[in-house]
Write a protein that binds this ligand. Sequence first.
Ligand SMILES: [Zn+2]
Length: 287
Amino acid sequence: MKELTKDKRSFIEKATNMTFLDMSLKGTSLKYRICYYGAGILAILFFCLVLITPAGVPILEYHKVNDETDDVYTVPVKKFTAQMDYLLEAGYTPISLLDFLRARKGKQELPDRPIIITFDDGYEDNYTTMLPVLESRGMKATLFMVTNDIGQPGYLTWDQLRDMQERGIEIGSHTANHQPLTTLDDAQANDEMKLSKLILEWNGIHTIFGFSYPNGAYDDHLPSMLQQNEYLAAVTGDAGFNTFETNPYLMQRTNIPRPRFGLMEFRLRLFKAELFAHLGIEQHRNS
Ligand SMILES: [Zn+2]
C-alpha cells in the first residue's frame, strides 16, 4: 500500500471522522478489538512501572575535564558543567562511595535520587577545573589515584590531593602503577593494592577503602584479594546501577567519554545503564 503523508492522513481522518487505527480495526470483531487495545495498555503500563521503579544508584566514570586536550578521555569544561547541571535539574544528589556503603549497612539514609561521580587516574585538571564546578554546586565526588603518578607532570600533587579531601572529595586507590591486575601474578597484584593504600594513608589521606580496577580489568579472585587488603568496595567499567544486592567489589559504573552528540548522549548513557540494571544484563549480584 502506498505511504500517505501526515497531511493527507489527517485530512482523511477528519473527512471520515475515523482514525487510521479505527479503520484498520473496522470489520474486526469486538473481542479482538478489546484484546488489541488491552495489550497496548498493558504494554504501556509495564514500561511505566519498569521506568518508575528505581534501578539503584548510578556511578559515573570520568577522567579529564579541560579544554586543552581532545582525547576520548577528556570532557570539555562547558559540557561537563552542562552534565552536572542536568543531574541537579533531574533531581540527583551526589553521594560518596562511603555514603553508599554506610547505607548498605543500614547506618545512613540515602537521598531520593543518589548518584556517585568518580574520576580515575588523578589528572591535575581534576583540581584546577573539575573541583570548582562541583564545589560551586555543592556536589561530592570520589577520585581514584594512581600513586606513582602523584606529582608527575599533568597529575595531582600531594598538596592538591589533601586540599581536595578537605573540600569534599573522597580519595580511593587506582593502584600504584596502573597495570591491569589481570596481567599480573598474585603477588604483584597484591603489592599494587597494598602499596597504593599505604602510601596514600601515610601521606595524610583518610583510610582508603575504595578501589578502581585499571582498565576495568578484573577476574574471579581479585575481589577476595581486595577484601584481604581491607578495601570495602571496588568499581568496574561495566554499565548498570548499584543496589544493596550488588557485589560491592564489582560495582557497576557508566563511562562518560568525550561527548560527540551533546547532552542527549549523556542522558542515553545513563538510560542504557538503567535499562541494563532493570533487565539484569551483566549485573554483578552478590553471590
Ligand atoms: Zn585508569
